[in-house]
Design a protein around this ligand. Structure first.
Ligand SMILES: [Zn+2]
Ligand SMILES: [Zn+2]
Length: 281
């Protein structure tokens, strides 16, 4: 089945046009002329094209747009390597970067899901699951997410997940902070793991919070809660059992990022090519 000698073909750097050869199995390559990173064979063409189209959708070359782009480029943020945890500063306009510590590729793109989607995402950018989108991916790791569509898969947010959706959520959501918006009315099948959560709309489901659960006025929560503290504002409703301060989980459980990463590499779809034999030392 396996080809004994890996095939190489010529690829062109999208940044400077320099041509070089790459193994066809390569997922990323560094341009030997300008040093920038690019995906030589773009295995996710469909996705990328879609993202690009949508990014360009508001064909608004108005001055305002230009200013926004300008400011986005000026803004920089600190991102952490998925593999070794090293932090680095990147420009707000960068689509990807390479970890200075371990040379791993770090995706920085934002994703907008507008239809059925089931591929793995691991980005330091944001994910927008639109009302028509349906996210079935086994693993989606991102910074913040806006959930307006159906979540069936596993979503992990480093930062905030905002739920603005009504209906069932069969997927698993883990986030540092969750906001259930005023107009949301969700029925979560899986236990939700958060550091903190604020409920402005309606939610039913089990919550395990590292710190605090806040139910705002007009908000309601039906389900069991494990948290350090819970605040129910006047007019807010909480019905369920409450366990205070006995969060029976570890930091590792709340932040399953490394585990997810490990699981990804073991995913059968991706490892259709046999795992690389370890070099003898
Ligand atoms: Zn180049
Ligand atoms: Zn690294």
């Amino acid at each position: 089945m396996a080809n004994p000698s890996p095939a190489k073909i010529s690829v062109e750097c999208p940044h400077c046009g320099f041509k070089q050869t790459e193994y066809t199995a390569a997922k990323s390559s560094m341009c030997r002329q300008c040093g920038r990173y690019f995906s030589p064979f773009a295995p996710e063409t469909g996705l990328k094209l879609r993202v690009k189209e949508e990014a360009a959708a508001p064909q608004d070359s108005s001055i305002r747009q230009k200013f926004e782009d300008f400011w986005k480029r000026q803004r920089s943020c600190v991102v952490e390597c998925f593999e070794c945890g090293r932090k680095q500063q990147v420009s707000g306009a960068a689509m990807s970067t390479i970890c200075p510590g371990c040379s791993a590729h770090i995706d920085l793109r934002d994703y907008k899901i507008t239809s059925g989607f089931s591929r793995t995402i691991r980005t330091r950018g944001d994910v927008h699951l639109t009302a028509k989108g349906e996210l079935g991916s086994n693993s989606v790791v991102c910074r913040s997410a806006l959930v307006e569509g159906k979540l069936r898969g596993n979503l992990y947010c480093d930062d905030t997940a905002t739920i603005n959706f009504s209906g069932r959520i069969p997927g698993r959501l883990t986030a540092k902070h969750v906001i259930v918006e005023r107009r949301a009315d969700v029925d979560c099948f899986r236990r939700m793991r958060v550091s903190s959560i604020e409920i402005r709309g309606k939610m039913s489901g089990e919550i395990i919070a590292q710190t605090i659960v806040t139910i705002h006025k007009k908000g309601s929560l039906e389900g069991n809660v494990t948290a350090k503290a819970i605040t129910v504002e006047k007019g807010g409703i909480f019905s369920g059992q409450l366990v205070i301060g006995q969060a029976a989980f570890t930091q590792g459980e709340l932040l399953p990022e490394r585990k997810l990463a490990a699981a990804n590499t073991a995913e059968p779809g991706i490892s259709g090519a046999a795992p690389q034999p370890l070099p003898a030392t």
